[in-house]
Design a protein around this ligand. Structure first.
Ligand SMILES: [Zn+2]
Ligand SMILES: [Zn+2]
Length: 644
């Protein structure tokens, strides 16, 4: 018998050679139907693979990332089986899961896949899935594996085999298809109930343009048709809300070839949003005791050597420029500059916590192929701040940072979020992580306690911490359920030492402060991209570039319209007059297209009574009221930063 430990700590005995599927069945048939893959002693493991020793076991379903990845990767095998059946002689490179689905890179010789082929491959995949073929794992000696793929004439798999040794080579077979793969896979093809091939692209072998271009075929699969339908509807909705489309239509941002890829220029409408976000951040940070600073965009090489950015982070930085015999770098993070501000004046325990904030501009080198609208750019404006504190102050400081996140989530109507707590891994101390075993354990426990005490939903992930401390990645979901990584929150017990930051304690000792790096609103680029999707471009009044458009019914009322707009502007409301010689119906339609929250229609009656007819975006006619009355109402809506 072997001892199986469950995630809740319970231990049960099973016969040696039991499988995760057997374990699931011993709990309930319903669970067994849902199990896709297992975690065995921290390793993902086929649900059908025997377990021969005491083990900690987790069962993963479709709702877990491990489940989805295994499901999609197994679907790539199914797709390969279908393609091989239809195009004999095809050769395969790799077929990993991706964020939404999977792909397989293949060499189809001279054959170019068409849309019709995709339909036929889907159909074939559906037929094969119904056959209920098991994914069978087989350990195989290297010589036999080489023989198999030599006979098949697949030089790509032979290339993969070069780096593998006897004892670590496995084949997986389902139906008529055998692949070199380390696994794991789903138990059987019949779990795959709905299939959609989504895209055909070219991809150079090993990402090198000197190599042959392979065909990359993308697809996505689901355990039910309903889930596929929902996914396709979401894609449709996301297309309408695409921040690149809205960003152009609403005059938010632009890019230009002469400026360079990934370099965003914020147009007047986008700049209004930026200024409102910064105003919110400043108010919030002032209240929380932060002080603001401003730092240059460049610094000498020596500073980035101290910070460890060089050489470790050099690939993500712009190449240096030389001046007066020194190398200067564009900053990729604001921290080192802030550390220098901390160090500029001696500090005692009375000065802590010391909190400095800056909407800092940073430059990061992203490969041109990785650039994407506002989401992946080369120049970013970050809602940055650093808190320098004592160990005793840490919990309180960290808790307030989390509360700041929650406050923002409420303002922006972000109902779904999760914090991913990334921890170190003990066997990588001194390599991937600063070699301070005790400090790691202490800080990780401090962070965990704050999250538990604040009742914030979080998950823990091993071996993904930053070099200098545990970090929290904040993930948020837009109203249509798309996930965004907003920001990273980091605890740092190492940079303080590298920069020799100090404070004097009450009994006159010298200590190094802990540092919290935080950026709740992330970067303007990513956050505004998120907001455009989240609100489908219909920003709340306080964020809207134009808050009110005054629409005269005809030219006769133009002067009155201008006087109304003048009164609004005097009250700091962003108002414009539509002075075009157009019919009122067209003026209303155009204003709605620009997602302006309020329209004030003025004609004879309104002019004579000093009133306006109010229309609200998405709500229609709200009736006639006095100009002062309207100003009073909208001012409150703006001040309270109401979502609607
Ligand atoms: Zn595989
Ligand atoms: Zn930082």
């Amino acid at each position: 018998m072997i001892n199986i430990t469950f995630p809740d700590g319970a231990v049960r005995q099973y016969a040696e050679g039991t499988t995760a599927m057997d374990i699931a069945k011993s709990i309930s048939e319903g669970l067994a139907r849902k199990v896709i893959v297992a975690g065995v002693n921290g390793q993902t493991w086929d649900a059908s693979r025997p377990i021969n020793e005491d083990a900690a076991v987790k069962l993963y379903t479709w709702n877990d990332a491990e489940g989805k990845n295994t499901f999609w990767h197994s679907s790539a095998h199914l797709m390969a089986e279908a393609v091989e059946g239809m195009f004999p002689g095809v050769k395969f490179w790799v077929g990993p899961p991706v964020e939404n689905g999977f792909y397989y890179d293949m060499d189809l010789g001279d054959k170019k896949l068409s849309e019709e082929d995709l339909g036929a491959i889907e159909k074939k995949m559906n037929e094969l899935a119904k056959k209920n073929s098991l994914y069978v794992r087989k350990e195989i000696p290297k010589a036999d594996a080489v023989k198999y793929f030599s006979e098949k004439g697949d030089e790509y798999k032979l290339d993969l085999l070069q780096n593998l040794n006897d004892g670590e080579i496995t084949f997986y077979t389902q139906g008529n298809f055998t692949d070199l793969c380390r696994g794991p896979h789903i138990p059987s093809t019949s779990l795959i109930k709905a299939i959609k091939l989504t895209n055909i692209a070219g991809a150079y072998w090993k990402g090198d343009e000197k190599n042959k271009q392979l065909t990359r075929l993308y697809g996505v699969t689901f355990p039910s048709q309903k889930e596929l339908d929902e996914y396709l509807a979401l894609l449709e909705e996301a297309k309408k809300r695409d921040h690149r489309k809205l960003g152009k239509e609403l005059g938010i941002y632009t890019m230009d070839d002469d400026v360079g890829p990934g370099l965003i220029m914020w147009m007047p409408n986008g700049t209004v949003i930026i200024e409102e976000l910064e105003k919110l951040a400043k108010e919030t940070e002032n209240e929380a005791g932060y002080k603001r600073v401003v730092t240059p965009h460049i610094a000498k090489e020596s500073m980035y050597i101290t910070s460890g950015h060089l050489p470790y982070y050099a690939d993500s930085m712009y190449p240096p420029m030389e001046m007066e015999g020194e190398k200067y770098y564009l900053k990729s993070m604001n921290c080192p500059h802030h550390h220098k501000i901390y160090a500029a004046e001696p500090k005692s325990y009375r000065d802590l916590p010391y909190r400095v904030a800056e909407y800092g501009t940073v430059y990061r080198y992203e490969q041109s192929g990785e650039l994407f609208g506002l989401m992946r750019v080369r120049c970013l404006h970050m809602n940055d701040a650093h808190i320098y504190c004592t160990k005793e102050q840490f919990e309180e400081e960290f808790r307030s940072v989390n509360e700041m996140y929650l406050k923002y989530f409420k303002i922006f109507g972000i109902d779904k979020y999760v914090m991913r707590l990334s921890l170190h891994s003990a066997d990588k101390l001194g390599k991937k992580y600063v070699n301070e075993p005790q400090l790691w354990i202490e800080t990780e426990q401090m962070v965990r306690e704050v999250l538990i005490n604040s009742k914030i939903p979080f998950v823990e992930v091993q071996d993904e911490a930053a070099f200098y401390g545990p970090k929290i990645d904040v993930q948020i979901w837009s109203v249509i359920g798309r996930e965004f990584t907003l920001a990273t929150n980091q605890v740092d017990f190492s940079q303080g030492r590298s920069f020799k930051l100090e404070y004097t304690t009450a009994d006159n000792q010298t200590e190094t402060p802990l540092i919290i790096h935080r950026a709740p609103l992330g970067t303007h680029e990513r956050f505004i991209g998120f907001l455009l999707e989240h609100y489908a471009g219909k920003l709340p009044v306080w964020l809207a570039p134009v808050q009110v458009k005054v629409l005269p019914i005809s030219d006769k009322f133009l002067d009155y319209a201008k006087s109304v707009a003048g009164k609004l502007k005097k009250s700091d409301i962003r108002a414009e007059v539509d002075d075009r010689n157009e019919k009122i119906g067209k003026k209303i339609r155009d204003t709605e297209l620009m997602r302006v929250p309020y329209m004030l229609v003025v004609g004879e009656k309104e002019m004579n009574e000093n009133k306006v007819a109010v229309r609200r975006q998405g709500k229609g006619d709200l009736g006639v009221r006095g100009v002062e009355e309207f100003v009073g109402e909208i001012k409150i809506e703006i001040e309270e930063r109401r979502a609607e």
